[in-house]
Design a protein around this ligand. Structure first.
Ligand code: ADP
Length: 693
């Protein structure tokens, strides 16, 4: 076995490979670009080598630099992850020339599968069933069109060098052929520098079912069952699961054998995935599967297979690359339970899945357990930059059957909390809880077909839920304000101050307060005027306060609430629920997020009038951007400060954050000391802004 390997990748997959290597006692070398100097994969690895500027073409894709990094550190093998250089035959060759083991298949296998057309010809010879189509060399438009006319419309045009859904166009009738071909060729030329096309029968409601295969250098080959990846957006996977629902043992074995045949036809070695479309044969009414392509690397969605087979596929890759035999035979492999993977992306599902960038101001993943696994490469405070794939994490869940696993997926999604960057978490939650998904009525058009059920703004479209969210938001603001006032008072030197009373009496809280809240509701900018009346309940539970709240002068809602750091507990008309709260401070507004079981509710407070005329927060109070520890307090009460002067330094998730004065002024009070733990959203210090400012 190797004693040191280099991982020629970044993000979650680099971290994931490091974990297995470490468990096996293998040292790891990370590589990084400018954007990734402080990235998790770099801190996790034993050593790290700088490659170059942030764009991947200047760093992660420069084969020579990666090889030089391996030589410099004495790494004996390179794990390419997925993407980047993982299916690059030239890189594979370069490794061999430098006596470095490429943890992947032989170069010939990569080359054979590099072109979709060539791959199909090989599979045809090996008698692996193909989607009917044309994959010949002749590329005249007339020949391609004749092939399409012969097989009948709709057809799918695909770039033979394609990937990632690019260079792929549907043609629904003969009249559109010419135009679509030109468009597909343009896209292919731009994307891959090669506009060779193949034409396939377009299957209108297939499922994407792929088989995980593994081969070693000693003639052994096994399949580790299937994954259903039918739920796709723009022909790219969103949620994957294993095993595929409704698979008969016969079909599973047939597809597994076909996949092994495909792998053996190209002398395969290592981890590979054979992708099939699964459809109903109209002539027989039986399931039929067709080879689509083979991916000669570890797939993004490999964790679902790991869960159901209880195997570590990266360990298998390392063993095979070190010339060992496969860890298990086919007879020793079996399926345990059911697993799902949801890809958490920084993207706007409501805006055509546009990738999003920004800082992950708040990041709280569900707790990992035997049922929940989170593969990620980012920490709170990290940037999602424009340079790389916007995947934040893979949320993987397991249970003994599909229903239970799906319930775990929905719960884990509702517990995934991210602020600062737009994510697809609400979309994934809607998808995972949509009745057709629960019923496993899957095909590759799933998202379009169930558009209405999936693209809704969660509970806020329903008036009742909106009212509950607004009441919770109002309770939060009132309670947070009262907590801050009490904390401030407790720090005062006057021990006779009424603030020192340990009862529930709230400082600075007027009996009636008005708030104006603007929830984020899709396209609507509606604001809501909210009246909050504090009902005297001095005899009740000290932590819980009672209020009467009305929205836009409507019916009065009786409610109670308590706030313990960022945990809000409310009872609204007898409905008791919890939320955790995060404040995302931007240069213009503070966006407040209530994370509830059924999703996140974002709102902005427009006129902060809480009956406290000398509100420190408005004047220049400073709020902790996240949970963390105070590492240094640079000022004291009375210190005069300039705008932008550093006041306090906090540390969160191994990153330091400097709290700076937003204006010139005088520090009034400092609420925390060095070493204190602080909750995100807590007021750290207050100061008075200079008059002339
Ligand atoms: P890429 O390599 O660009 O990702 P693939 O060939 O793997 O492209 O196909 C991606 C997806 O496109 C498949 O999962 C499937 O949803 C759809 N697709 C591909 N070929 C066909 C086809 N012949 N009929 C219907 N859908 C197809």
């Amino acid at each position: 076995m190797f004693s040191k390997i280099l991982i020629a990748n970044r993000g979650e997959i680099a971290c994931r490979v490091i974990k297995t290597a470490r468990r096996m006692g293998i040292l790891t070398v990370a590589v990084y670009s400018d954007a990734d100097v402080d990235a998790l994969h770099v801190t996790m690895a034993d050593e790290a080598v700088y490659l170059g500027p942030s764009p991947s073409r200047d760093s992660y894709l420069v084969a020579d630099k990666v090889i030089a990094a391996a030589k410099r550190t004495g790494a004996q093998a390179i794990h390419p992850g997925y993407g980047f250089l993982s299916e690059n035959a030239e890189f594979c060759r370069l490794c061999a020339d430098n006596d470095i083991t490429f943890i992947g298949p032989p170069v010939d296998a990569i080359e054979a599968m590099g072109s979709k057309s060539a791959a199909k010809s090989i599979m045809e010879k090996a008698q692996v069933p193909l989607v009917p189509g044309y994959h010949g060399d002749a590329q005249d438009e007339a020949i391609l069109k004749q092939a399409a006319d012969d097989m009948g419309y709709p057809v799918l045009l695909k770039a033979t060098a394609g990937g990632g859904g690019k260079g792929m166009r549907q043609v629904w009738q003969a009249g559109q052929f010419s135009e679509e071909l030109a468009a597909a060729k343009r896209e292919a030329l731009n994307g891959f520098g090669d506009d060779t096309m193949l034409v396939e029968k377009y299957l209108t409601q297939p499922r994407h079912v792929e088989i995980q295969v593994f081969c070693d250098n000693h003639g052994n080959a096994v399949y580790l069952f299937e994954r259903d990846c039918s739920v796709q957006r723009r022909h790219q996977k969103v949620i994957e699961e294993a095993p595929a629902p409704g698979m008969s043992e016969t079909l599973r074995a047939e597809m597994g054998q076909a996949a092994i045949k495909a792998a053996q036809a190209i002398g395969y070695c290592g981890a590979g995935t054979v992708e099939f479309l699964l459809d109903v044969d109209p002539s027989t009414g039986r399931s039929a599967f067709y080879f689509m392509e083979m991916n000669t690397r570890l797939q993004v969605e490999h964790p679902v297979t790991e869960y159901i087979t209880k195997q570590d596929l990266v360990e298998w890759q390392l063993r095979v690359a070190a010339n060992e035999t496969l860890p298990k035979t086919q007879a020793q492999l079996s399926i345990h339970g059911h697993a799902f993977e949801a890809r958490i992306y920084a993207e706007d599902a409501n805006n055509d899945f546009l990738p999003a960038t920004g800082t992950l101001n708040f990041l709280q993943a569900p707790t990992e357990s035997e049922h929940v696994r989170v593969d990620t490469g980012v920490l709170q405070g990290d940037e999602v930059s424009v340079y790389y794939d916007p995947m934040i994490a893979k949320l993987v869940v397991w249970d003994e059957n599909r229903d239970k696993a799906l319930q775990r997926l929905a719960k884990a999604l509702s517990e995934y909390r991210i602020s600062g960057v737009t994510t697809n978490i609400d979309f994934l939650y809607n998808l995972a809880t949509c009745p057709a998904f629960v019923e496993a009525d899957l095909d590759t058009g799933f998202i379009e077909k169930h558009h209405e059920q999936i693209f809704h703004n969660g509970p806020v479209q329903d008036n009742q839920a909106l009212a509950d969210n607004l009441v919770m938001a109002a309770l939060y603001l009132v309670l947070a304000k009262a907590n801050t006032a009490n904390k401030k008072a407790l720090l005062s030197s006057d021990s006779n101050s009424p603030w020192h009373q340990a009862n529930h009496w709230r400082a600075n809280e007027a009996n009636k307060q008005s708030l104006s809240l603007r929830p984020e509701l899709g396209n609507s900018d509606d604001t809501f005027d909210i009246e909050v009346e504090h009902l005297n309940n001095r005899d009740g539970d000290a932590a819980t306060q009672a209020y009467a709240i009305s929205i836009n002068n409507g019916t009065v809602i009786k409610c109670q609430g308590s706030l313990n750091s960022d945990q809000l507990l409310t009872t609204i008309n007898g409905y008791r629920s919890e939320a955790s709260v995060h404040i995302n401070k931007t240069s213009t507004d503070d966006v407040i997020t209530l994370y509830r079981q059924n999703g996140a509710f974002n709102f902005t407070q427009l006129t902060p009038d809480l009956g406290d005329s000398d509100s420190q927060t408005d004047n220049g109070g400073l709020i902790a951007p996240m949970n963390g520890t105070v590492v240094s307090v640079l000022v004291e009460a009375g210190t005069e400060v300039e705008a932008e002067q550093a006041l306090m330094i906090m540390e969160a998730m191994k990153m330091e954050h400097t709290i700076r004065a937003p204006h010139a002024g005088t520090v009034e009070s400092v609420f925390y000391q060095t070493g204190d733990m602080v909750d995100g959203g807590a007021e750290l210090l207050s100061f008075n802004v200079n008059e002339q400012e």
